[in-house]
Ligand binder design. Sequence first.
Ligand SMILES: [Zn+2]
Length: 109
Amino acid sequence: MHELGITQSIVDAVLDAVEEPTIKCVHLEVGRLSGVVPDAIRFCFELVADGTRLASARLDITEPAGRGECRSCGLEIDMEDLITRCACGSVDIAVLAGQELRIKTVEVG
Ligand SMILES: [Zn+2]
């Protein structure tokens, strides 16, 4: 499960960046096209955060929707998947949003 490695990186990054003794909330953005499962991150977070300053932190995950722009006709389309076909028939789509995987904010107490 690669979410465990990702979650470990997130927890390490937060602990590195934040010096306050208590961290209340970590807000993540996990795009729908990122290939990462938010529920798996939540599950792993409890394991990885246990015994650290993040142990009592709340994990808040938003999931930006996938958006793309067709390179053939310029139409902007919703993307449920990385392989999406435009109405014009092209599958050459530039991904505009949905691949985010980042720490947005950290609230300290
Ligand atoms: Zn198109």
